[in-house]
Design a protein. Sequence first.
Length: 269
Amino acid sequence: MPEGDTVWNTARVLHRALAGARLTGSDFRVPRLATTDLTGWTVRESASRGKHLLLRLAAPDDASWTLHSHLRMDGAWRAYAPGERWSGRPAHLIRVVLRSPGAVAVGYHLHELALLPTAAEADLVGHLGPDLLGPDWDPAEAVQRLSVHPEQTIGEALLDQRNLAGVGNLYKCEVLFLRGVSPWTPVGAVPDLPGMVALAQRLLAANRGRWTQSTTGSLHRGQTSYVYGRRAQPCRRCGTAIGKEELGERVTYWCPLCQPEQPGTPPPD
């Protein structure tokens, strides 16, 4: 699941493969960048901002540029050794190929792919809230942003990247379960927003540097989550069947007993 930790990991893979290298070729397979040639450009660094990936480059005239991409639900970057078979995804999903003397980076099914001056990055990511895994992480600012719309359900508010950047559906469901809060609870009725924000940051940080996302502490298949992806299975705490319902535009998982509805909270359909 490409959430904040997955994008952070992806940025690190690209940084290790390309940082400091001068590109020997590029191939863009999206209309807006089809004629772009980055041959001779130098990769300065690869970084993440929430769910956005920023590959920062130096043009031959030393101007600073950023190749921006968003993974959404199905995008991925892979790094290969020169001559290695590209086995990440089907070839028709390739959107960009970057070649260097020591590595080949291939972007599959990337979204919002754009090349822009690094000074203009804020045009694409400036609206984001504090990054749970970034140097700008500010829990007080995240709580303040969440509190702006007290009538919004906490399940929807946690997914709004303008509040805090990096939480996806998996972490939303798991944080709410661990805090014992129904996803349909209005933000204004959540008893401890700072505690919820702190837990979200800890969970993402704990999974940084590995590809298996776990909120339970176990990395064994089928044991990595409390509620996410476990519809109708018994709750690990109380044995109640895990529920699955639509909330906003996303599916949510929760335990009806461990996450009781707050007074005045509309029940799921």
